[in-house]
Design a protein around this ligand. Sequence first.
Ligand code: 0RA
Length: 644
Amino acid sequence: MSDKYDAKSLTVLHGLEPVRERPGMYIGSTDTVGLHHLVWEIVDNAVDEANEGYGKHIYVTIHDDGSLEVCDQGRGIPYDYNAREKMNGFQIVYQTLHGGGKFDESNYKSAGGLHGVGASVTNALSVWMEVHSFKDGRDHFMRFENGGKKASPLQDLGPTTKRGTDVRFLPDGSIFSDTNFSFDRIAQHLDDQACLTKGVTFHLLDERSGRKQDFYYENGLLEYYLRHTAGKDGLTSAIHIEGKSEDGIKVEVTFGFLKDNYDEKIISFANGVRTGDGGYHVTGLKKALTNCFNSYAINHKQIRSNDSLDGDCLREGLVAILSTWVPEHLLQFEGQTKGKLGTKEAINAVDKVVESKLSYYLEEHDGEASAVVKKTTDEMKARVQAENARRKERELLKSKISSFNLSDKLTPCSSKDYLRNELFIVEGDSAGGSAKKGRDPRHQAILPLRGKPKNTTDVEDEKALLGNKEIATLIYTIGAGFDSDFKVKDIHYGKVIIMTDADDDGSHIQSLLLTFFYSHMKPLLETGHVYIACPPLYRVYNGKKEIYCYDDTELEKAKQAIGKGYKVNRYKGLGEMNYDQLSTTTMLPEKRKLLRVFIQDDEECKDKVNLFLGKDTDRRKDWIENNIDFTTKDTFTKEVEREK
Ligand code: 0RA
């Protein structure tokens, strides 16, 4: 790391206009969450200085006038003129996007606010901002207004004994829906930062209420760990490991294993930002833990040399706080909310640092190491037992459904990737035949239904249920049990798709099947695994073109699109399509439409199922008499009439 910096080393990428045009792109939102990103960006710069070893105190003040101020004791902002950028250091830091650039490659920049965009974003979204740099014994000052525009030249205000930077800004009320800073939100953030920057005190003062709080961790992660595990029995004490990899990734972790606890809790940070979705640093930690405990267990003959401890079982009861600092040129975040560290090098970095120290720790703490190994092997045994019990349960179910009762109509698919597989429940043998020919044999299985499935609404008797061939076949094919034994994680198909004709009989079959799922496999519906296929109603074509239509509006449009000499096929049932047509319109994932079935209001759903399919025929009769218009018999004529 070079110690000499001046404005020459700063880089400029963009102006500030885009930030005001699309604030959401830079700070996520313009609500209170977005508002506080302004604060994080400013605090980050102060924390960066402290992390580099400059300054032991950071002061955050919420002022009476609604502005916020952050003071640090760092090196101060360079005030010299950068000829290449034609700006001084203040302007580069506060008027250009990604203009921080103050650290060279061996350094660790806080990834800060939402995307680590820098303090210029705060300036861009402020009514005014004032900056003092106390450097080389002089106080240099500059003011910005109106979204970061220069409002004063850079002024030398004279001599000072102070060192550091002081930034104060007033957020722009025309951008934010709420400009009221929250003491608690800022306190929480400073607490996180204090734990990651041990030895530095964060002082928070709220002038509006007089509230004050300081945040200081002498031992950083260790104290954080102790707070998270307070009052819980440990299998080990808190294990603290720190180190740095060859490529400059700094690793710090405190962890331990709890007694009688089966959760895995890994709280991770990368460059000062919480990585809620983990990432490669977490992968590295898991790898090191598994390897170290395995070597220990084998060397001490606690497991056989050809056995190994399962990582998942090992981590039950683990609490770990992991913080990594990745040099800027390697730093990469992934995922929708950038909550995941994407730096591949972090796997090896964390793994090496942790393995090199943990292996010694385990040798020196025999009792703790053995206790963790024992808990892991116990857990592994418990899992094998549970798996056996589940297998027995499944076999029992198989024997309950006698093969006599099973329809032999299922055409299975070949993949064992259950969640990717699809089960098409198809009305009628002829459509079943087309579906069988038109399917993707790897992932699509076909189960044709002959006739109407049984109404299972009030069937509570297992024998009656399993005695019905179609129902028994469905239960067996889906493979996850039924009623209270149903376990959604055991399903053999990620999508159960009902494919019926677009007519009354088809609708009836649909409701009977949905009723069955609702009454006997409710979690299947609740977790969104049930779908309804939407076959087209018409094909409009001439010699050259064809368009499939799913309703009458689309039909009219298609007629116009095809133009003179169009012909129309109306599909009364799936069976009228050839396999190729059925496949491309209704089964092929890229082309088809599927309706996903959810339970919106369980009470209403229960009531409707009971009304339409339950035992109370009087109630149903009343409803029909009050709700159905019998004057037009054919629903199709009804549609046509409406069009006139
Ligand atoms: C560029 C270079 C140097 C420090 C900074 C920027 C700096 C920026 C901020 C923003 C808030 N507090 C800050 N503290 C420092 C290094 C200057 C040197 O080496 O003297």
